[in-house]
Design a protein around this ligand. Structure first.
Ligand code: C2E
Ligand code: MG
Ligand code: MG
Ligand code: MG
Length: 288
């Protein structure tokens, strides 16, 4: 019986692998068609100053506007885009659209973009981003680049030089998903970050886990002594918000403030708050 079961499991395993491989190939073919066809669009998630409640800016998040599947989230295509060498074209296309859109917003609003591990191995990354900023007439001071620790450990030297070039241009750098990587503290010393983004796994367990509270408090103190700003991600309810406000002065984002939305929804919201600039206005450096 054991042998039979074993074979059954094996068949199941093979079928699952085969299905995954087929999905992967379909996704890759879809990307090869969809990237040049302009099917990847930016969505925007609000980032709030938790102390004042003021809108600080937006994080730009890619969505695949798929002709059959509808809006596809990044976990279903970023990995395949990385492996198949399409991530750079995909990201730059989404960034360009996002910059064209956000340059019409109040100049005090920041825009954060995510850079994937493969992009951080491209020696021309900084030049490509700066070229986009020039072409879209978007002030570098309004841009923040989010990188995760997992992008850093493969080629720290190259990452350091890319980050230095970005900083030279006035672009700010955030360490995304902080606490989930390998050697967070070493990276804080090696690289000139402006901000730490506390991963939502710590944030969401704040109300029922005293270890999470201790960790978030320690991150807040560490950030303060290093002169870094802090953003908490994944805030879904007011209890979490109150916990965070009791611990320190954070920026924050999450479904409590709103889901990521397309430009067509951001614009009426900004217009209602008088945050839509009629024309791109002179550069004002946003506050941290
Ligand atoms: P991330 O940078 O950590 O982005 C935050 C993710 O958390 C977003 O998922 C967002 O929708 C989700 N989120 C925000 N608030 C909440 C909340 O209150 N609760 C919960 N449960 N989730 C929340 P999304 O849009 O699916 O993005 C996933 C990841 O994909 C991002 O993680 C980012 O690393 C990556 N990504 C997104 N857009 C791009 C892109 O244009 N280029 C690259 N390279 N990566 C991207
Ligand atoms: Mg991010
Ligand atoms: Mg995260
Ligand atoms: Mg994050």
């Amino acid at each position: 019986a054991a042998k039979k079961e074993g074979r059954g499991e094996r068949a199941w395993f093979d079928a699952t692998l085969e299905r995954e491989l087929r999905n992967r190939n379909e996704t890759e073919a879809g990307l090869r068609r969809g990237v040049p066809a302009g099917e990847f669009v930016p969505f925007f998630e609000q980032q709030i100053d938790l102390e004042s409640g003021a809108l600080h800016g937006f994080e730009m998040l890619a969505r695949w506007n798929h002709p059959e599947r509808g809006l596809v989230p990044p976990d279903e295509f970023i990995d395949v885009a990385e492996e198949s060498g399409l991530i750079s074209d995909l990201s730059l296309s989404v960034f360009r659209q996002g910059l064209e859109i956000a340059r019409h917003w109040d100049p005090a609003l920041t825009l954060s973009v995510n850079i994937s591990p493969t992009q951080l191995k491209d020696p021309w990354l900084a030049q490509k981003l700066v070229k986009l900023l020039v072409e879209t007439n978007f002030p570098p001071e309004r841009l923040e680049v989010e990188i995760t620790e997992s992008s850093l450990f493969e080629n720290l030297g190259l990452a350091q030089s890319i980050i230095a070039s970005l900083k030279n241009q006035g672009i700010r750098i955030a360490l995304d998903d902080f606490g989930t990587g390998y050697s967070s503290l070493g990276h804080l010393r090696a690289l000139p970050f402006d901000r730490i983004k506390i991963d939502r796994s710590f944030v969401q367990s704040l109300t029922d886990n005293s270890e999470s509270r201790a960790i978030v408090s320690a991150i807040a103190r560490l950030a303060e002594s290093l002169g870094l700003a802090v953003t908490a991600e994944g805030i879904e309810d007011t209890q979490i918000l109150e916990r965070l406000r009791a611990i320190g002065h954070f920026k924050g984002q999450g479904w409590l403030f709103g889901r990521p939305m397309p430009a067509a929804e951001v614009e009426p919201m900004l217009a209602a708050r008088n945050l839509l600039a009629a024309a791109p206005v002179a550069v004002a450096a946003p506050s941290q």
